[in-house]
Write a protein that binds this ligand. Structure first.
Ligand code: MRU
Length: 352
C-alpha cells in the first residue's frame, strides 16, 4: 500500500485485529506506510521503546493491547495464575517509557478488569473487550476535546504546534491536532506552523506529513525559528499535547515545549495544552516526574548520517516541564481548565 492510496485520517495508529495487534510503524514515516503485526506482548513493549508507536494516548492503548496479547499467550489454568502472568507482562510494558502517564493508566485499567473476572476464559474476554473499548473511547474523547478547544480559535488564525499530538499520537484524530481539525471542521480557516522537533523529528516526519496529507495549510520550521516566527507576527496561538499533567498544572511534554511556551509568553501569544483526563497525574508532584533520557545517537546524527564528532558527550532529555504560569488554558474532554489550575483541574475530576 502506498501513502497516497489511503485516506490517512481513516487509518488507525494501533488496532486489535484477529487476536493480534496491528500498528503503523512510525519510524518509517513519512517515506513508507508500513504496518507491523504482533502476537507477543514483548514485541509490543519493544515497539513502544523503539518509537514504532509513540505519543501518550497511543502508548496507553498499546499497553492495554499488550496485556490482551499476554492474556492470550498465557497457559494459566486458574485465575490466580493468569493474574500472575498479566502482572509480569504489565511490569515489562510499564518499564518501556517512564514519562507519559497514559501507559500506567492503560495498564492499570486492564489489571482492574482482569481482577474482576471469575474464570480464565472470562478474564481473557474481559481484557480484550476493555482494550478495544479503550481504543474506541480514545477517538470519541479526542473529538469531544476537539470541539471544546475549537472555540478558542478564530477564523484565519495561524496556530503553532510542537512535536506530534495528532492522529499518529492517539488511536485516531489527535489531541492538539484534533483541536485544529475541529476548528477547520467548524468552518474556520486555520493555518498551522509545525516545528521540526529535533532530535527525533516528530514535527517534520509526522505532524507535517499528517496535516499535509489531510489538506491543511501547514508550514514546517526548524525549532530554532520559533522566536523568529513569533516576533514577526506569524503565529496567533499555540496548541500542544501533553505526556503528563500534575494537579498544579505543570505540563510535561516533548522536549522544547518549555521554550515554545516561554517565547509565546514573551510575545503575548496564547499557549494552550490539549490532553485527555487520562494524561493527568493527580498523585505526583512535578519534581517527582521522571524525564526519559534517550540515547545520544539521536542527537549525534540525523537518520544514518552522523552530524557530530566521535565520542561527544550528549544530554538528550525526551521531555521537559512547562510551568502553569506560561499556560493560557488546558483543553480536555470535560472542558477547558483555566488558571488557577489547582482549582480548575480538581473540578474536572469532581465532575466525572
Ligand atoms: O516521544 P514521543 O513522540 O512519544 O513524545 C510525544 C509527545 O511529546 C506528545 O506531544 C504527547 O505525547 C502528546 S500526544 C497526544
Amino acid at each position: 500500500m502506498t501513502l497516497h492510496e489511503e485516506n490517512y485520517s481513516l487509518l488507525k495508529t494501533v488496532e486489535w485485529k484477529d487476536n493480534k495487534v496491528v500498528m503503523i510503524d512510525q519510524t518509517k514515516l513519512p517515506n513508507q506506510l508500513v504496518f507491523v503485526t504482533f502476537d507477543d506482548f514483548n514485541q509490543v513493549a519493544d515497539a513502544i521503546k523503539k518509537l514504532v508507536v509513540r505519543g501518550a494516548p497511543a502508548i496507553g492503548v498499546s499497553g492495554a493491547f499488550g496485556l490482551a496479547l499476554a492474556s492470550l499467550q498465557s497457559k494459566a489454568k486458574t485465575k490466580q495464575e493468569l493474574l500472575e502472568d498479566l502482572k509480569i507482562a504489565k511490569e515489562i510494558l510499564f518499564k518501556t517509557r517512564p514519562t507519559a502517564i497514559n501507559l500506567a493508566w492503560g495498564l492499570e485499567k486492564i489489571m482492574n478488569v482482569a481482577n474482576s473476572g471469575n474464570s480464565v476464559e472470562q478474564i481473557k474476554t474481559l481484557v480484550i473487550n476493555e482494550a478495544n473499548s479503550m481504543a474506541e473511547q480514545d477517538i470519541e474523547t479526542n473529538k469531544t476535546m476537539g470541539k471544546n478547544g475549537s472555540e478558542l480559535f478564530e477564523n484565519n488564525d495561524t496556530i503553532m504546534t510542537h512535536c506530534n499530538a495528532g492522529a499518529l499520537a492517539t488511536v485516531a484524530y489527535g489531541t492538539a491536532l484534533g483541536v485544529i481539525r475541529a476548528a477547520k471542521e467548524s468552518g474556520k480557516i486555520v493555518k498551522v506552523i509545525a516545528t521540526e522537533t529535533r532530535p527525533v523529528q516528530q514535527g517534520s516526519r509526522l505532524t507535517a506529513f499528517e496535516l499535509k496529507h489531510d489538506g491543511f495549510d501547514v508550514s514546517l520550521i526548524p525549532d530554532t525559528a520559533v522566536g523568529y516566527a513569533m516576533a514577526n507576527g506569524l503565529v496567533n496561538k499555540v496548541v500542544v499535547g501533553a505526556d503528563r499533567i500534575v494537579r498544579t498544572g505543570h505540563v510535561f511534554n516533548k522536549i522544547g515545549t518549555y521554550q515554545v511556551a516561554t517565547m509565546a509568553k514573551q510575545h503575548g501569544i496564547p499557549f494552550y495544552v490539549a490532553a485527555p483526563l487520562s494524561t493527568f497525574d493527580m498523585k505526583s508532584n512535578a519534581k517527582d516526574v521522571i524525564i526519559e533520557m534517550r540515547k545520544g545517537s539521536e542527537v549525534t546524527g540525523i537518520g544514518d548520517k552522523k552530524t557530530a564528532p566521535d565520542d561527544i558527550k550528549v544530554i538528550n532529555p525526551a521531555f521537559d516541564m512547562t510551568p502553569p504560569e506560561l499556560i493560557t488554558g488546558i483543553i480536555t474532554e470535560k472542558g477547558v481548565a483555566k488558571p488557577p489550575y489547582e482549582e480548575s483541574i480538581k473540578k474536572l475530576f469532581e465532575d466525572t
